[in-house]
Design a protein around this ligand. Structure first.
Ligand SMILES: Nc1ncnc2c1ncn2[C@@H]1O[C@H](COP(=O)(O)OP(=O)(O)OP(=O)(O)O)[C@@H](O)[C@H]1O
Length: 646
């Protein structure tokens, strides 16, 4: 395969000014870093508005869109469009070289010296990613790469990739990075835990590194990030910030995070020390914009992580405000990238407002869960849920599956329910903590740390922890209360089974969840999971079939909505690929389990021939026997096999 260096980008895609990404490249002396700028006596930065175009706004004479001197779209030296960057590498030594003082984000494991880290990342099971169906649609899609080396990311970033022990790109990285590196907009859908964060961070960081002399407006106060990454939750924003700091270590690219629930002035001070990449939650970013402390006029890269959530009803107005009503360059000038594991069709349609001539990428079946997660669903009445959970936890404990190496994440519907369940678990000898929207940010952060370190190996959470969080050793996700939306279920269970590892997800289902029966049964079937007969029966009852199944078409999965809108069955390969797929679980999948679950007559755990989930059936053997979960070749939790329960 030919290399996909940025130097290969076609002439027509390049910025008209010939200046890399179309940025002005004034002499270094013009550049004033924010921390110096804020010290100069100057007028206050005013966030541009339609009636205020004289500074920084669209059409302004000096720095606005269409401005002739230095502005976006300006002739000669303007921010005149996008394209693959050209020109040499840069560690951003002009302006704010902070490499000497930068703390090492790799910490003690660290390994700031990549030579120490030559060993392959043994955590990721790359076999699990072979044969994964991939679909791209859009014009002139850049070809995928097989190695990071094929992409011209820059030496400093390559060293950090080594420090992270990423040896090979994951499928979403193989496909998304060349697309983004070529300057294209992207809507990318890839399964939970498959490495989407790096897929959008790498091109952003290397894109910024490529620009030697980005000129930010000076003489006015304000902070001018070059990239904005938005995340729906504070914890996820922090996690992306931590990751991005590792990736940008010693590159001179500065990453700052801003999120609610913490003092805004502290964040403003941090921002004023300089920012290239701003990771933020929408509420806090709007606050900063309204205060006139941040300007988006220099933004070249916009990434929405969990993009479907960001454009869902709750967040959409805030996102529109940030992206369309402030001073952010429009689509086509900035580069926009949307990532999620789920992309309902109506959200895709909405999202297309933010994109320009974009490529749609689906890695795996859109909105599907990964085969790496064993999914079980049990019929449990509300009144029995606690004792049922207790049974599961006792079983784990008896099998030695607890503590730091086997964390359990329990999802509930309400904040009150979370507190009450946490309390009950603690009273009953299971150290637990909780995270939900009624807790202070400090409490949330303490809880998450306590869970990650295994001090409290059970975390009871609302949906605030459903998306994006990458917590090693989450071995079991329990949907104590099922969500009302199948996509939320996909994200919740995706807290386990990450980066090629196996995981277990158990859902408690009862008559309150009938609308979920059909989408849940379909999802499980798609992921090669054993669907209990009783669930199939629920799913087949017409009155229960509706559900909040937002998936497109008659077929489970969904795809680029443009294809569905514009072609009727004719064009395009079908990427669903059938069978096989992600986990490649041999032998009919996990626990080809005769007998049923729960209330099914003649079924239930205890009746699983040859096995049974201790303490329900202590026979050992085929399924959840003592000594480990299952005997699925390569992937299972059987004795002697590296197990998520170790
Ligand atoms: N190329 C790689 N090699 C090894 N490990 C990787 C690679 N890329 C990512 N990872 C690791 O895989 C894990 C999952 O990555 P990440 O959190 O980006 O997943 P995601 O696709 O964003 O998941 P979600 O949909 O839940 O947000 C992380 O621990 C990350 O460090």
């Amino acid at each position: 395969m030919s290399s996909n260096s940025w130097a290969d980008v076609s002439e027509s895609e390049r910025a008209p000014s010939g200046g890399g990404w179309g940025y002005s490249r004034p002499s270094r002396t013009n550049y004033v870093p924010p921390h110096l700028r804020s010290r100069t006596p100057s007028s206050e930065f005013v966030a541009p508005s339609p009636g205020n175009n004289d500074r920084g706004g669209y059409g302004g004479a000096n720095s606005g869109y269409g401005g002739r001197g230095q502005g976006y779209g300006g002739r000669g030296s303007g921010y005149g469009g996008r394209g693959g960057p050209v020109g040499g590498w840069n560690a951003r030594s002009g302006g704010w070289d902070r490499r000497d003082t930068e703390t090492n984000p790799f910490g003690n494991d660290g390994n700031a010296d990549p030579a120490v880290n030559e060993q392959e990342n043994t955590v990721i099971n790359f076999e699990a990613y072979e044969d994964i169906p991939i679909e791209t649609s859009g014009d002139n899609v850049p070809p995928p790469v097989n190695t990071f080396a094929e992409i011209d990311l820059g030496e400093a970033l390559n060293l950090n990739i080594q420090r992270c022990k990423y040896v090979k790109p994951t499928p979403v990285q193989r496909n998304a990075i060349p697309i983004l590196a070529a300057g294209r907009d992207l809507m990318a859908c890839a399964q939970t835990g498959s490495g989407k964060t790096a897929a959008f961070c790498f091109p952003i960081i290397s894109g910024i590194m490529k620009d030697q002399h980005i000129e930010r407006p000076h003489g006015v106060r304000g902070v001018y990030p070059l990239a904005v990454i938005l995340s729906p939750t504070r914890e996820l924003a922090c996690q992306i910030h931590d990751e991005a700091r590792k990736f940008s270590y010693q590159t001179g690219v500065k990453v700052v995070v801003a999120y609610g629930g913490t003092p805004v002035n502290q964040q403003i001070r941090e921002l004023e020390r300089g920012v290239d990449i701003l990771v933020a939650t929408p509420g806090r970013l709007n606050d900063l914009l309204e205060r006139g402390r941040v300007s988006l006029q220099m933004v070249r890269f916009l990434a929405l992580d969990e993009a479907d959530r960001m454009l869902d009803m709750g967040f959409e107005p805030q996102i529109r405000k940030i992206v369309q009503q402030m001073d952010m360059p429009p689509p086509g000038v900035r580069q926009t990238m949307l990532f999620s594991a789920t992309f309902p069709r109506e959200i895709q349609r909405l999202a297309s407002d933010f994109l320009s001539n974009y490529i749609f990428l689906a890695v795996g079946r859109v909105g599907s869960s990964t085969d790496l997660i064993v999914q079980r669903v049990e019929f449990v009445h509300d009144s029995d849920k606690r004792s049922h959970l207790m049974d599961l936890l006792h079983a784990q404990r008896e099998n030695g599956n607890q503590g730091k190496q086997a964390l359990t994440l329990v999802f509930v519907e309400t904040k009150k329910g979370a507190d009450s369940l946490e309390n009950w678990l603690c009273i009953n000898g299971f150290p637990a903590t909780t995270i939900h929207g009624d807790r202070s940010q400090q409490e949330r952060e303490v809880a998450l740390r306590s869970f990650k370190t295994g001090r409290t190996p059970i975390l009871v959470a609302t949906d605030v922890a459903a998306r994006g969080l990458d917590i090693p050793h989450v071995a079991h996700v329990v949907n104590f209360d099922l969500p009302n939306d199948i996509d939320d279920y996909v994200h919740r269970i995706g807290r386990t089974g990450r980066a090629g590892n196996s995981g277990l997800a158990t859902a408690f289902f009862n008559d309150n969840n009938t609308t979920m029966a059909k989408p849940l049964a379909e999802l499980m079937q798609e992921a090669n999971q054993e669907v209990p007969d009783w669930l199939t029966r629920y799913a087949s009852r017409a009155s229960f079939g509706g559900g909040k199944n937002r998936r497109s078409g008659g077929r489970f999965g969904g795809r680029d909505f443009r294809r569905e809108s514009f072609s009727r069955g004719g064009g395009g390969a079908d990427y669903y690929g059938g069978g096989g797929g992600y986990g490649g679980v041999p032998g009919g999948g996990y626990g080809a389990m005769p007998g049923g679950y729960g209330p099914v007559p003649g079924g239930g755990y205890g009746n699983v021939p040859g096995g049974g989930y201790a303490p329900y059936g202590r026979g050992g053997g085929a399924y959840y026997g003592p000594g480990g979960y299952g005997t699925v070749p390569n992937q299972g939790y059987g004795p002697g096999v590296a197990s998520a329960w170790d």
